[in-house]
Each structure stands twice: as structure tokens, then as C-alpha cells.
Design a protein around this ligand. Structure first.
Ligand code: ADP
Ligand code: MG
Length: 292
């Protein structure tokens, strides 16, 4: 492609809400064989809602939700927002937690009214030596429905399984189909539960899933998807995605995402819709073939 055609391509992309921050990204994208996407906030809205609350014997929903939401009120994770919103809806007044601790990729914990409260993934319970017992089966059922199961423990004993669901963005299924039609291998990278991730991937027709990835493991997860000499593109929105956006041959940030992700990217999409990803690949192919 000539410098002029690259200028034309970049301009046309901008009109479609796709900002190429580097000229060589336009060239590189056309050589991509794999596109990996972050799940939460990229494929999905990033605004989960609490859908299920199943308490252990001897516990009441409001008792558990009140303590758990008190801990989550300090966290900025979208899951935390879902849980505190549910507590608000029920009109629960939340006590203030002491000694709040966020264990990135696992969950959160704090002391509330003298009780030690833990909330997070099954791996948090394993790490803290909490037996999930019979609620594990309920968690597996929720995951099979594409929901994210979280476990709550009070004073070292399992108290509940809580499910949250994050809606898939309306444009996502069509965008995945279009990326497949362009001949790309499409993959999903997520910190979410593996069973949940597989169900969501199946719904979207994505056949490569790397799940239960810790924030610091995103780059390794991305590199595991590299195939031969083909270039690797990554699409993400979060602070956690910045290293993978920088490590990918082409990092594409969702414009509605965090500033840190946008700064690390080669390409920025104006809208949150994944049609922009398809347009980016499309314009790259057309420009490099000098098709007007
Ligand atoms: P992702 O961006 O894919 O959600 P994270 O690393 O932020 O990845 O979270 C991974 C997992 O850790 C979540 O799916 C959840 O199980 C658990 N987790 C993280 N933060 C919280 C929180 N504030 N409350 C409960 N669980 C959490
Ligand atoms: Mg995200």
C-alpha cells in the first residue's frame, strides 16, 4: 500500500468511528490470523446483575446479602456493584466493614460486625480453606446457565452461592460471525469461571476460550493463542487489559473503556459496539489491496 492509500484508509476508518493511532496498525491488522477478545466489558456490557442467591442451611438471604454487600461496597469491581445494588433494592442498610482486602482475580474480604466475610470465586474459598460442600453443585448448575457463581463465607463457613449475569452486547453475535467470515480465529480471554466462560463462548460461536486467567496472566494467555507467523490482535477495555493491548501485534481498545486501556492501544473504537472491530479489519484488508 502507498502512503496515500494508508492516509485514505485511516481517514475512512475515522469516519466509521475507528481511530488508527499508528499507520502500521492498518498494515498489521490485515496480516492477523487470530483475534482474541476480553469478555467482561468487551463482549458483554460489563454491568452484571445479581440473578440468584442460594443460602446454606440456617442462613437467611437478607443476613448474608447484608454482610456481603457491606464488604462489596468498598470494591469497584462490576460484580461488587451488582451485589450492592441488589442489597439496596431490598432496602438493606449496610454496616461499615473493617480491614477490607481485595484479592485480585479471587474476590474480597473484610470484617463486618465482628464476622469475617469472604466473597469471590471458588478458588478464593479453596485458598482460604472454606469447604463449599453441597453448594458446589448449585454453583455448577448456575455456571451451566452461563451465570457467574460466587461463593460467600461467614466466619470460615460457606454461607451462600450468589450468581451474577452480564448481558452480551447486542452487536456481539453478528460481529463474531463477521470476524469468522473474514477467516479469523476468534478467541475469548477472561478471569471468569471456566464453565461459565465456555457456555457464553458457545452461545457466541467462539471456539477458543482461555478462562480463570489472573490479571497478571493475560499476556501469557494471549501469547498461548499465537499461531505460526500470523499476527495477533487483542480487543479489550479494562485496566487489566492494558498489558495485553500493548503485547498484541494490534491492540484494539473499546472507546467506552478505561483511559489506561485506550493509551495502550494501537486502534481505538469510538463506540462500545464490536462492529468497529469488524470495520477495522475490513478497512485494513481493503486498504492493503488498494480497493477503494
Ligand atoms: P474479569 O475482568 O474477567 O471479571 P477479574 O480478574 O476482575 O476478571 O475477576 C475474576 C474473578 O474474581 C471474578 O469472576 C470473580 O469470581 C472474582 N472477583 C473479583 N473481584 C470480585 C469482587 N469484588 N467480588 C466478588 N468476586 C470477585
Ligand atoms: Mg473487560
Amino acid at each position: 500500500a502507498t502512503p496515500t492509500s494508508i492516509m485514505v484508509g485511516t481517514g475512512r476508518a475515522a469516519e466509521m468511528g475507528v481511530l488508527f493511532r499508528k499507520g502500521d496498525a492498518l498494515q498489521m491488522l490485515q496480516e492477523a490470523t487470530v483475534v482474541a477478545l476480553d469478555k467482561t466489558g468487551t463482549l458483554t456490557e460489563g454491568r452484571p446483575e445479581l440473578t440468584d442467591l442460594i443460602v446454606a442451611d440456617g442462613m437467611t438471604e437478607d443476613t448474608v446479602l447484608r454482610l456481603v454487600a457491606a464488604v462489596e461496597a468498598t470494591s469497584e469491581h462490576p460484580i461488587a456493584t451488582a451485589i450492592t445494588r441488589a442489597a439496596e433494592t431490598r432496602g438493606l442498610t449496610l454496616p461499615s466493614p473493617e480491614g477490607f482486602d481485595s484479592i485480585t482475580g479471587y474476590g474480597v474480604q473484610a470484617t463486618v460486625e465482628g464476622h469475617r466475610v469472604l466473597i469471590g470465586a471458588d478458588r478464593l474459598m479453596a485458598r482460604e480453606g472454606v469447604e463449599i460442600g453441597g453448594l458446589a453443585e448449585r454453583g455448577a448448575e448456575l455456571a451451566a446457565e452461563g451465570k457467574t457463581p460466587l461463593y460467600a463465607a461467614i466466619d470460615g463457613r460457606i454461607a451462600a452461592v450468589i450468581a451474577v449475569t452480564d448481558p452480551i452486547k447486542p452487536g456481539t453475535p453478528a460481529a463474531i460471525r463477521a470476524l469468522h467470515d473474514l477467516g479469523l480465529k476468534v478467541a475469548m480471554i477472561t478471569g471468569d469461571n471456566a464453565a461459565t466462560a465456555r457456555v457464553i463462548a458457545a452461545q457466541l460461536g467462539i471456539d477458543h476460550v482461555v478462562a480463570e486467567v489472573l490479571p497478571e496472566g493475560k499476556v501469557t494467555a494471549l501469547e498461548s493463542l499465537r499461531e505460526g507467523g500470523g499476527k495477533l490482535a487483542f480487543v479489550g477495555d479494562g485496566i487489566n487489559d492494558a498489558p495485553a493491548l500493548a503485547a498484541a501485534d494490534v491492540g484494539i481498545a473499546i472507546g467506552t473503556g478505561t483511559d489506561i486501556a485506550i493509551e495502550a492501544a494501537d486502534v481505538v473504537l469510538i463506540s462500545g459496539d464490536l462492529t468497529g472491530v469488524v470495520n477495522a479489519f475490513d478497512i485494513s484488508k481493503r486498504t492493503m489491496r488498494n480497493i477503494r
